[in-house]
Design a protein around this ligand. Structure first.
Ligand code: ADP
Length: 461
């Protein structure tokens, strides 16, 4: 709720709106009830008390002429509304006796009801009833008075009592509303959380079971939309997968043919062309493999089995498998492990992270270069560093190298632009984090993988 330039703005929260309206309506109802009952009960009290006054006055006027009123004190008159009975001489000139002589009130000139004042104060306002003069000339006159302030207080008390239940109900109603609205916004937040956790790879729809009726259509529409997005992605993914798959076999055949052809190539320019052709085929095969693993990564997440993976063993395997590439490029690869952490994740996903990083290091290191893979602890956390002495990555391209198909302009031929994208997706899924930086001393890139802080890892370290 705030008063902006355009005046009062409606609060955005439904809860605040409901509470504001409810408080206002309850207060208005309480005030109106009190006001109406003040009027109604005022009248009722007034008439009832008037009747009593008349009865008292008439009983004194008509009955035993020697009867005198019993004295009362100011407390009874002003606080408890006791009647003041005055007995006057038959001609009305002399006050013969009064139940409260302190009240200097004259006899009304005319019989009947009247309102009299002795001063400006609230208590100085009196209701009076003067009895008709009797049939006999010697019959005394009687006047009965009652404090008007007492009468008003009595009516007001009655009216407030009437308004009390509704006022007492207010906090209860507010609490009930608060609880209902809180429950509703809790379920909205739960739905929002569910929605946020969905993407085109989520295998299941959002559950409708515990969703309030009012939100159910929204959730149903979201499920519908998600379904369409999922099927669009599936179509695209299937296309990439099918295409890559179809290309794989002919490409393998071409690879074999080239292999067989090698012995028949005469030395000279032909050999040079042949080597280029061979590199092109290798590149194409690499691209096909990367596309396949990308489309596999994009497939709906079926819970892949998480297992305890010994990172040291995994890295040694990865390095030895890439040794062929290292030998081809005469790159010296070293592995060094000072800790032996265990990570709970699907082994294939972890392999994908490290294979891609080591593969990059081997491909971008210069021929005859050096690549080091180091498993060690930094600030108490396990990390894997893959270091090469290649060109590194220009600062302005650093943010984009994880994008699919992005390649640094002028980078060595042979890449697909998919390796880092694949590595990062696999890493993030399993709580690993890849950090790239150019090495400070000398040239080259440092790709650092922060391992998740698994309690098992700490124990083994
Ligand atoms: P690619 O198949 O092209 O290597 P990646 O996604 O693995 O695709 O890498 C994206 C780009 O990042 C590469 O084209 C290259 O320019 C750069 N890059 C990746 N690793 C290295 C590295 N170790 N040294 C230098 N540049 C690298």
């Amino acid at each position: 709720m705030s008063a902006g330039k355009g005046g009062w703005r409606r609060p955005r929260s439904l809860r605040t709106q409901l509470l504001l309206w409810l408080i206002t309506l309850h207060l208005a109802a309480a005030v109106l009830t009190a006001w109406f009952s003040f009027l109604a009960y005022g009248n009722l009290v007034h008439n009832a008390l008037d009747d009593q006054m008349r009865l008292v006055a008439e009983s004194y006027a008509g009955g035993d002429q020697s009867r005198t009123p019993r004295l009362v004190n100011s407390d009874a008159v002003l606080e408890r509304g006791a009647f003041v009975v005055q007995i006057w001489s038959p001609d009305g000139s002399r006050l013969l006796s009064s139940s409260w002589p302190d009240l200097p009130m004259p006899l009304q000139p005319r019989p009947g009801f009247g309102d009299l004042r002795t001063g400006p104060q609230a208590w100085a306002h009196w209701r009076a009833f003067t009895a008709e003069p009797g049939a006999h000339a010697d019959q005394r006159r009687v006047q009965v008075l009652q404090n008007e302030d007492y009468r008003r207080r009595r009516a007001l008390r009655r009216a407030l009592l009437e308004g009390l239940p509704i006022t007492l109900l207010l906090p209860v109603a507010l609490l009930a509303l608060w609880l209902i609205v809180s429950a509703a916004s809790r379920s909205l937040r739960a739905v929002a959380r569910d929605v946020a956790s969905q993407d085109e790879r989520s295998p299941t729809d959002l559950p409708l079971a515990r969703v309030p009726d009012e939100i159910a259509p929204l959730v149903a529409s979201f499920n519908h939309l998600l379904g369409r997005v999922r099927s669009a992605f599936a179509t695209q993914r299937r296309f990439v997968q099918d295409a890559a798959h179809e290309l794989r076999t002919p490409m393998a055949a071409i690879g074999l043919q080239i292999e067989n052809l090698r012995a028949h190539i005469p030395a000279g320019e032909a050999t040079e062309r042949f080597v280029q052709l061979e590199a092109g085929v290798t590149r194409a095969q690499h691209l096909i493999e990367q596309l396949l693993s990308l489309s596999r990564q994009d497939a709906p997440r079926r819970a892949m089995a998480r297992e305890a993976v010994d990172i040291e063993v995994l890295l040694r395997e990865s390095v030895s498998q890439l040794m062929v590439l290292a030998d081809a490029r005469q790159v010296d690869v070293g592995f060094e492990g000072s800790i032996a952490p265990v990570v709970f994740a699907p082994a294939a996903e972890l392999r994908s992270v490290f294979d891609n990083l080591i593969d990059n290091a081997l491909r971008y290191a210069p021929e005859g270069g050096v690549v080091d893979v180091k498993l060690h602890a930094v600030d108490g956390h396990g990390v894997v560093d893959v270091l090469d002495n290649g060109p590194g990555i220009p600062a302005d391209a650093m943010a984009r190298v994880f994008d699919r198909f992005f390649r640094v302009p002028g980078a060595a031929a042979g890449g697909s632009g998919l390796g880092l994208a694949i590595a990062r997706t696999a890493a993030e899924r399993n709580g690993l984090r890849i950090e790239l930086s150019n090495r400070e001393h000398g040239r080259g890139l440092r790709a650092r993988v922060h391992l998740p802080a698994e309690p098992e890892a700490a124990a083994k370290a």
